[in-house]
Design a protein around this ligand. Sequence first.
Ligand code: ADP
Length: 163
Amino acid sequence: MVNTKAVIPGSFDPITNGHIDIIERSADRFDELLVCVLRNSNKKGTFTPEERIELIQSSVAHLPNVTVHSYGGLLVDFCDKMGATTIIRGLRAVSDFEYELRLTSMNKKLNEKVETLYMMTSTDYSFISSSVVKEVAQYDANISEFVPPQVEKALLEKFNHLN
Ligand code: ADP
């Protein structure tokens, strides 16, 4: 059975052009796409979940079938709650693979109805991650190629504030 609702989960701390590429390409292929900021991670984020959601919302406003959510529990429970049986993750490099394999295997054990699909990153974005963008932004590097303008502004404000 084809279920046309998919979930893209992640930390999105903050959203980058790499995330947006995966979101846009998925939004083309599913009727409904739910971007979910997961709050159950051990790591303390640079941005609060509310700030991340706001930055995602302004970055995907041009996509009418995309909605933004946050969840503090298990991802498969969020999928159940929302009636979605597909998770989409992006793959950048071989280094992502092992972690993703463990994550997907665990989610499959927790709920066998939920399937995870992987989308290869576009080569232009393969080196972009939230953490690398944050690292260079701290040293005032130009990050306009890697994130939307409002995220660039938010990062500059965050780091100026900390200095
Ligand atoms: P997590 O902290 O769960 O890895 P992220 O916010 O880093 O979440 O990423 C969310 C999803 O987006 C993951 O599937 C990740 O692989 C994917 N992703 C992150 N950066 C990129 C990129 N530059 N190109 C393609 N996919 C990406």
